[in-house]
Design a protein around this ligand. Structure first.
Ligand code: PLP
Length: 374
């Protein structure tokens, strides 16, 4: 069986360093707000290219805390609107609605699966305070048109970088392109912890200090609470693990690019739509994708998925139901986003990871090229 993602194999490839790092924390007797978190925050800020990194409990909290900080600052108010792509993972949208802000959904571009920058301006109103771009599947979503709108309407640009650690837009990493960015280190992400973990990166001193406080009970000094905060801290064990894994992230992302290139060069089944890569344009080149997921489209993707599964190849769907069709957002169920809906109906994610081997990739390509429903 070729697994969609073999986390055991990935984490074993970091041994013995990983176990030694965990053991070091266990022996230290210090498990929260210590040296491991401080070091990782510095390393990750340097890696991303921002002044600040604040470790938090997970990626959803990273995004929630950014918006909550803007509310504390008086930059955003209840009922204000945040632009977000309609086909994102639901966490991006939950972060907005949980803060009593209003998500304004925008259709994606069918070629990149990222927000269509040219559909945004029409949806900007007096109440629009920010744009949350999502670097979906690991591909940069930043675009000169988005920067133009951010400048013209004085909006906050928030990046959901949960799927794109290490990705570039031109000479800067995603996560350093806007006012603040949320990162997830969920185990299956390109930089994955051994449990939940996340971070915020920003160049803004004020936002950084408010987020740091909000994530620790709204406290600036022990037992002095300036805000109604929450408990959302990165712990020492996860930080120690992430420091080890960060050192290999660029190498691992490069392996993902090679696998993506092999898939694109060798999958020839005409019924399959491949992701577009290596097309140099204003926003796209080889380093603007870190291939968190390799997503193809097929008009009958469940048949293809079953066929692959019968042939010992595990695939997943990211994602089967768009957020506006979920029970969580009943008020949006009657809205229509045909491109997002088509994507959700047709996508299928193939196995991709830094440790998948050539034989496995060759077998996947061969099986897909044999697939024929007629
Ligand atoms: C994984 C993910 C998140 C949430 O991260 P968690 O660490 O699971 O909370 C947010 N947005 C996107 C696009 C994601 O893929």
């Amino acid at each position: 069986m070729i697994k969609f993602l073999d986390l055991t194999a990935i984490n074993t490839s970091f041994e013995p360093d990983l176990s030694q790092a965990v053991q070091r924390v266990v022996s230290s007797g210090w498990y929260l707000l210590g040296d491991e978190v401080n070091s990782f925050e510095k390393e990750y800020a340097t890696y991303i290219g921002t002044k600040h990194c604040i470790g938090v409990a997970n990626g959803l909290d990273a995004l929630r805390l950014i918006l909550k900080a803007y509310i504390e600052l008086g930059v955003m108010h209840k009922g204000d609107e945040i632009i977000v792509p309609a086909n994102t993972y639901i966490a991006s949208i939950l972060a907005i609605s949980e803060n009593k802000l209003k998500p304004i959904l925008i259709e994606p571009d069918i070629n990149t699966y990222n927000i269509d920058p040219y559909l945004i301006e029409n949806k900007i109103t007096e109440r629009t305070k920010g744009i949350m771009i999502v670097h979906l599947y690991g591909q940069n979503a930043m675009h000169p048109e988005i920067q133009r709108l951010v400048d013209k309407y004085d909006l906050k640009l928030i990046e959901d970088n949960a799927q794109a650690q290490g990705c570039f837009f031109r000479d800067k990493r995603t996560g350093s392109l806007g006012h603040a960015a949320g990162h997830s280190f969920y185990p299956g992400k390109n930089l994955g912890a051994l449990g939940d973990a996340g971070a915020v990166t920003t160049n803004d001193d004020e936002i950084a200090s408010i987020i740091r406080s909000l994530a620790n009970y709204g406290s600036t000094k022990k037992y002095i609470n300036d805000f109604q905060g929450l408990n959302s801290r990165l712990d020492e064990i996860q930080a120690a693990v992430l420091s080890i894994k960060l050192k290999r992230l660029d190498i691992d992302n490069q392996k993902r690019r090679e696998i993506a290139q092999y898939y694109c060069d060798n999958i020839t089944n005409p019924a399959i739509t491949l992701p577009v890569i290596n097309q140099t344009s204003v926003i796209t080149d080889t380093i603007s994708h870190v291939w968190h997921l390799f997503v193809i489209r097929h008009p009958n993707r469940y048949l293809l998925q079953k066929y692959l599964s019968d042939n010992e190849i595990q695939t997943l769907i990211h994602y089967p139901i768009p957020p506006h069709k979920q029970g969580a957002y009943k008020e949006c169920n009657n809205l229509s986003f045909p491109i997002a809906e088509q994507i959700h109906e047709e996508v299928l994610s193939l196995p991709i990871s830094p440790i998948i081997n050539d034989l496995e990739v060759e077998k996947i390509v061969e099986m897909i090229n044999f697939f024929n429903i007629d």
